[in-house]
Every structure is written in C-alpha cells, then in structure tokens.
Design a binder for this molecule. Structure first.
Ligand SMILES: [Zn+2]
Length: 360
C-alpha cells in the first residue's frame, strides 16, 4: 500500500498516467498545462480523467494536491483506486483531478506560484474578507530573521495573543485566510488563481452542474491526529451535504461550524465552489490525514514562508535543508504505517462514497 507513494511530482504524475493508460474504463482525459515548469524543469499539469459513462447522473470526484505538497498522499490514493479497478455502480462516473496545484506539488510548497493558498481563493474578490487578527500577528508569524532570538520575541507575541483571545480565535486569525499579506500564511490572493480558473473550465466542459448527485473527496494532510483520516464537512449544519456525508461515512464526519473538527471555520474554501455549483446535490468532504500538532503545522509553514521570501544564496544551506525536510515530513511523513493508513482509508472512503451515491 505504501508503495503507491512517489518521491516527486514528476514520478507521481508518471505513475498516475500509466495507471490511467491501462484502464479500459477511461472515457475522456485532458492535461491542463500550467504556464510554468516544475522543480526538475518538467512540464506541470492538472490532469483530469473521467471513468465511466460521460452522461452519468451520479459522479464521484477525487481531488489531490489542492495544497501542492500534500499531493503525495492524494496521488497515492488516486493511483490505488485505479489499481483496485473498483466497479462503478450503474449510472455513476468517477472524475480524477490529479494535482489541482501542480506547481506547489512539484516545488514542495503548500501554496501556488503566486503564494496563493488555493483553499482560501474561492471568495468574491469584490468584497474580500477582512482578517484583523492576522494583520496584528503578521510580523510575528513571519519574522524578518529566522534566528533563535528573533523567534523567541515573535513566539512571545503569539503566546500573548493566545492568552488574551483563546485558542479558537488564534487559529482562526492565523489559518482562517487573509487577503492582505501575499507573502504570508494562508493568503487567499487578490483574484482567482490559475487552479480556480481551471476548475471553472472543467466544470463547464464536463457539464458538472447538470449531474443529479455528486460526491467530492479532496485529500489533504497535516492537520489532526497521526494517521487518522478525518472527514471534514464544511456544508452548513443540517444541510443535505452533511446528511449525505453522515449516511455514507458515519461517525468519522466532523463539522468546523459545530466545533467538532480539527479545523476551524475558514474563508474561500474550494468546497464553496462545489456547494454553489450543485446546491443540495453534492456532498463535499475534505479527507484530512493528521501528521503532527497544529502548532507544528504553523511552525513548519512559518519557516517555509520565511525561506520563500529570502533572496537566493542568502540562507545558510543547512538551515534551508532543515526547513524543507521538516516541511516535507510534516505533510508527507516517511513512516510506512502512516502511508498504509492513508491508502487504506482512502480506498474505504471511495467505496463508501460510491455505495452512498448509488442510494440517492
Ligand atoms: Zn491541505
């Protein structure tokens, strides 16, 4: 199972396309080419593949690498699904979206080439949300220097904020999304990013809005308990989207709006694109595999964002390597048990979604 994990975007894409090539159920595929190249000068693409009838009324969508570096896990699940050759129920198709953010996947960053967190990019940019907490903490989150002294001062400011406002408000300020600091954490952008535009094109070309029932599973890593695949559902409480998720996936479903999730409520989620496209006809879940604490998540991202804003050659090579290694280990742990758990739970959730769809 852990053998489905690859060590680069290029290898992951090759394994994915090879599995697609061998699958007779594939009816349509398209490589949406990114304008930039990858870390190994390879071409970058969002690969979209459709299995089953093109006019199916029901559809399961599997998304990977919405947060670039988290794509190792999502890609492994997609390739495992192809290898399992699961039977698609009647009138049900499967759409695989491999590498929503291929630049981030290849360059091993969570954000895209413009520093945008795709999962905060789905807002109405004529009225972007305001995150005053982030503004207050911006300099402490990404200090000018990455030294023990500078970090001690910055960390004290963060601790003071937590002390005054509490953990929930702190996490919302840091990770809820912000639209003012392009070099900062969880930055949603000033306009729709490349990946959002590709998703809009695909939805039109594949006439997704015309389907009767759609399940979407977006695979993420880095938040929550080690190797547990939490099913985070950001549909409004008691809506059909939540109802379907609970019926299909059971107690694993958590809801940020009810405070039952590792995730706090956030702005601009990719979920909202699907909710709007298919009101009352879709159930979108984030399959979020835990790796380490939220504090560790914030710290590896702070270091990564600090590194990304430094001029080439300005950073000590050992420090750079350590920051990049810690980032990768947080979002794609090397441990075999974690990787096996990712694939096993991914396959289970795909089977449950297909079975659930067949009953609506
Ligand atoms: Zn993520």
């Amino acid at each position: 199972m852990s053998g489905f994990f690859q060590s680069s975007y290029q290898q992951a894409r090759t394994a994915f396309l090879r599995a697609v090539q061998a699958d007779s159920r594939v009816q349509w595929k398209k490589a949406l080419l990114h304008p930039l190249h990858g870390a190994e000068a390879e071409p970058l693409a969002l690969d979209a593949v459709w299995l089953g009838r093109m006019d199916a009324r029901r559809l399961l969508v599997l998304q990977s690498a919405t947060h670039g570096i988290e794509g190792f896990a999502g890609s492994a699940v997609q390739v495992a699904v192809l290898h399992q050759a699961l039977t698609l129920p009647e009138d049900t198709a499967l759409l695989l979206l491999h590498a929503m953010n291929p630049w981030g996947f290849s360059h091993r960053r969570r954000v895209d080439e413009a520093g945008i967190d795709l999962n905060r990019n789905f807002v109405d940019f004529s009225q972007p949300p305001e995150n005053t907490g982030y503004k207050e903490l911006a300099d402490a989150l990404i200090p000018a220097h990455w030294t023990l002294e500078a970090l001690a001062t910055a960390d004290q400011r963060l601790a003071d904020f937590r002390e005054v406002y509490g953990e929930q408000i702190y996490e919302e300020a840091v990770s809820g999304g912000q639209y003012t600091h392009p070099r900062g954490l969880f930055y949603g952008g000033r306009a729709p990013g490349w990946s959002r535009l590709q998703l809009q094109h695909l939805a039109e070309e594949l006439r997704l809005a015309e389907r009767d029932a759609v399940a979407i599973i977006d695979v993420h890593t880095g938040l929550g308990e080690w190797s547990v695949g939490e099913i985070i559902c950001d549909h409004p409480p008691r809506s059909i989207g939540v109802e379907w998720a609970r019926a299909w996936y059971g107690d694993a479903v958590t809801e940020p709006f009810l405070g039952t999730s590792s995730s706090v409520p956030k702005w601009g989620l990719i979920d909202f694109f699907w909710h709007q496209l298919l009101p009352d006809r879709c159930s979108f879940v984030t399959l979020e595999y835990g790796t380490g604490s939220t504090e560790q998540l914030f710290n590896v991202l702070r270091a990564d964002h600090w590194l990304a804003t430094q001029a080439v050659g300005q950073v000590d090579a050992a420090l750079k390597n350590r920051i990049q290694a810690e980032l990768l280990e947080h979002f794609c742990p090397a441990a075999t048990d974690w990787r096996q758990a990712v694939v096993q739970q991914g396959l289970l959730r795909v089977r449950q979604a297909l079975e659930g769809l067949s009953k609506v």
